[in-house]
Design a protein around this ligand. Sequence first.
Ligand SMILES: CC(C)(COP(=O)(O)OP(=O)(O)OC[C@H]1O[C@@H](n2cnc3c(N)ncnc32)[C@H](O)[C@@H]1OP(=O)(O)O)[C@@H](O)C(=O)NCCC(=O)NCCS
Length: 154
Amino acid sequence: MVEDSLRRKGLTIRTMQESDLPSIVKIERLSFSTPWSETSFFNEIYKQRSIPKVAVIDDRIAGYICANHVADEGHILNLAVHPDFRGKGIANTLVENILEELKENACRFLYLEVRASNNAARKLYEGFGFSVVGTRKEYYTEPKEDAVIMMLRL
Ligand SMILES: CC(C)(COP(=O)(O)OP(=O)(O)OC[C@H]1O[C@@H](n2cnc3c(N)ncnc32)[C@H](O)[C@@H]1OP(=O)(O)O)[C@@H](O)C(=O)NCCC(=O)NCCS
């Protein structure tokens, strides 16, 4: 499996920490037209019920995921992998890791929003069994676009 070979190459998933923020913000800016600020990530590190994780390869931050949970509902808020590391199974490993943690926190439903045209992300989530349960009209800007709401029963 890709994930096994990544582990052999030294991929680790761990909780996000303040010293990761400069690398995360760089990846965020390479990945989104309306990137989160450093403060947004900082807040995820300290908010109750937030689960912010990073993927590290050879001491380099390769990607990250932010999720949270309220009662039995979890939300994936952000996910990105550095362009140099895409297509190697890192997002899959990050999502797998967060699913385990949300299950441990008694979550039964997991939601996320994704740009309608973001086929790579939609395929990734479909691979875990997420399905489309709705849309939010013109949820995104730059460019204006609908969000697709996806849900997974855990
Ligand atoms: C979407 C993203 C996180 C995927 O990260 P990644 O580490 O390259 O993904 P993985 O290698 O783990 O691939 C997992 C699955 O995603 C899908 N996928 C990933 N890249 C894809 C691409 N370019 N085209 C189609 N499907 C793709 C595939 O289903 C893949 O499974 P497979 O390898 O068995 O086919 C990455 O492209 C990214 O950071 N994009 C910019 C930010 C973004 O869109 N974030 C998601 C916001 S909701």
